[in-house]
Design a protein around this ligand. Structure first.
Ligand SMILES: [Zn+2]
Length: 193
């Protein structure tokens, strides 16, 4: 059968999906391992994944250990430099002001995120980011965009409350605490690998 070249847009969406899937898997891993909130980030260089990280706020007892921060630190260590201008970052959720500021400091030019910050806020996380703030960084030359289609859907799904899912997860429901306590131990839903 004659091969049909995929249109460039479809190829770009496919790439987005693959990389977002990896960031989303990290988000689930963060909760599953008890390391932190459901946030993941992947840094890409030369079209390959350089590092893949998740939120380590709980594990490290460090409020700054967001997925993007952890990923940038690891990428810099791995490359032996603080300039990541030849890298892109894929985050499972829209980066918070602290992370965007660090992204700028690291000179990363392309930011692709999955869920809107509102999705995290609705799930009880302090993740709001003013639109004016994003605009400020866009004007400084950073491309910031949300993924489309299926990639956005799987990123949104991260914030679905697992204790509201019927069946086994419901039976294992825990009481009290925030999203993390409720979700811990029942969020192994990274089934796309
Ligand atoms: Zn952040």
């Amino acid at each position: 059968m004659a091969s049909m070249e995929a249109p460039p847009q479809a190829a770009a969406q496919d790439r987005d999906y693959k990389l977002m899937k990896e960031a989303v898997c990290e988000a689930y891993r963060a909760v599953d391992r008890g390391d932190g909130g459901p946030f993941g980030a992947v840094i890409v260089r030369d079209d390959a994944v350089l590092v893949s990280c998740h939120n380590l706020v709980r594990k490290n007892t460090d409020p700054s250990a967001h997925a993007e921060v952890t990923a940038i630190r690891q990428a810099c260590r791995r490359l032996g430099k603080v300039d990541l201008s030849d890298c892109e970052i894929f985050a499972s959720c829209e980066p918070c002001p602290m992370c965007i500021a660090l992204i700028r400091a690291s000179k990363i030019k392309k930011v692709v995120y999955g869920a809107k910050a509102e999705a995290a806020v609705a799930a009880g996380f302090d993740a709001s980011i003013p639109e004016a703030f994003v605009e400020y960084y866009r004007k400084s030359g950073i491309e910031i965009r949300q993924v489309q289609g299926e990639a956005a859907r799987i990123a949104d799904k991260v914030f679905e409350k697992p204790w509201e899912i019927p069946g086994e997860a419901m039976q294992r429901r825990r009481t009290g605490g925030g999203w993390f306590e409720k979700a811990k131990g029942m969020v192994i839903r990274c089934l796309w690998n």
